[in-house]
Write a protein that binds this ligand. Structure first.
Ligand SMILES: [Zn+2]
Ligand SMILES: [Zn+2]
Length: 139
């Protein structure tokens, strides 16, 4: 299997394009990293606005952004699979802020399949959070 090379610039511009159409432009971004690695499986419930990444090295599950605060209330999360059948991704989060503020208004989840390179925005939702740097530290 060939592992596609990460292209954070491509992923970032896809999140920006998507977010402009959505009306809340993403301006700050973070790439998920763990165990010196950046390939994860994903489970998500977009309706509830929760997503977790699972490290492919050590299997640690980590709620992205403020997801850990809400996971207990969510009944079901769905594993993410690429249309190629692969289920390991690189992940980039982007956030839009309130005007003249450091507070988060909207959250975007970007992903790139590590097998076929397909990438884009997998989900987005309203995500009010005080202080975007603290949210992006939890990606
Ligand atoms: Zn790990
Ligand atoms: Zn794929």
């Amino acid at each position: 299997m060939t592992i596609a090379i990460a292209s954070p610039i491509k992923l970032r511009s896809q999140i920006i394009d998507y977010s402009i159409k959505n009306g809340y432009k993403a301006e700050h971004f973070a790439i998920a990293k763990y165990c010196e690695d950046h390939i994860f499986r994903l489970v998500i419930n977009e309706e509830e606005g929760v997503v977790a990444r699972i490290c492919t090295v050590c299997d640690t599950k980590h709620g992205i952004g403020d997801s850990d605060d809400y996971f207990d209330e969510v009944e079901v999360v769905y594993p993410v699979t690429c249309s190629c059948g692969h289920n390991q991704f690189e992940i980039m989060a982007g956030v839009a802020l309130y005007r003249m503020s450091g507070d988060v208004r909207w959250f975007y989840l970007g992903y790139e399949c590590s097998a076929c390179g397909l990438s884009g925005v997998y989900g987005d939702w309203k995500n009010e959070f005080i202080g975007y740097t603290n949210l992006l530290k939890r990606v």
